[in-house]
Design a protein around this ligand. Structure first.
Ligand SMILES: Cc1cc2nc3c(=O)[nH]c(=O)nc-3n(C[C@H](O)[C@H](O)[C@H](O)COP(=O)(O)O)c2cc1C
Length: 218
């Protein structure tokens, strides 16, 4: 039987050798494995609900690898053997990709491998929103929709259902942050067209929302 480590290594090797997802994918960045995510623990749900709130002042302290791993798993990771996720999603179609914009570049979260696939080598944090704190907070998640997978609905419905999917992920992130003493804010104040161009999204894909994560500036 293939061990989890071998499976991840295999997927990462494939990701490293496969054609890059979009032109401009950096050669300098290599796929980055994440520590095994915690699947138990944390704060009781009712306590986390009591603490959930939005934060708009961040320190530049980076997230520890374990925190990043746990966060991504909470956001939209696999929580069942059939590959389903911690957040519900439209018609059982995987519409949302979660990108992580950090100081060292932009990474695409691969939930099956639970790894980060390099996407861009630039620090684009300042372009992930219209508020100053996005440029220095350690992590901005970008929820990108595959509109092309939503085949038999109108463009308005695509935007609606993709936004709902992103909203569920956003609330997972909020609650995880509340539980872990992290700070977060879900954001719609984004120049969507510009960010889509920066991310080199192919036709059909679009940015829904972004969400900043880090430590509150005290
Ligand atoms: C769809 C949506 C878009 C939002 N966009 C922004 C935003 O661009 N910038 C921001 O600072 N907060 C944004 N927020 C956060 C809300 O302002 C915040 O949740 C609300 O003021 C309530 O505060 P709380 O989250 O602390 O309870 C957004 C929230 C939602 C649900």
């Amino acid at each position: 039987m293939m061990t989890r480590r071998k499976a991840v290594t295999g997927i990462l090797a494939t990701a490293a050798t496969a054609a890059p997802p979009h032109s401009g994918t950096p050669q300098a960045l290599t796929p980055r494995s994440l520590p095994r995510p915690r699947e138990t623990g944390g704060m009781p749900l009712l306590s986390a609900l009591k603490l959930r709130h939005s934060t708009r002042e961040y320190s530049d302290r980076p997230l520890a690898p374990q925190s990043l791993s746990d966060l991504l798993r909470a956001a939209f990771g696999v929580n069942r053997p059939n590959g389903d996720r911690t957040a519900p999603y439209w018609r059982h179609v995987m519409v949302i990709d979660v990108y992580a914009a950090m100081a060292d570049g932009v990474w695409l979260y691969d939930p099956k491998a639970h790894a980060l696939v390099p996407h861009l080598s630039a620090d684009i944090r300042a372009e992930t929103g219209l508020q100053d704190f996005v440029a220095t907070a350690p992590l901005n998640l970008i929820y990108v929709a595959h509109g092309e997978r939503m085949t038999d609905v109108s463009p308005e419905e695509r935007r609606l259902y993709a936004s709902v999917d992103a909203g569920f992920i956003g609330q997972n992130v909020y609650l995880f942050c509340a539980s872990e003493g992290l700070a977060s804010v879900f954001r719609g104040a984004v120049d969507y067209a510009k960010l889509g161009r920066t991310l080199k999204l192919p036709a059909g894909q679009f940015v829904t929302f972004a969400q900043t994560v880090g430590y509150a500036r005290t």
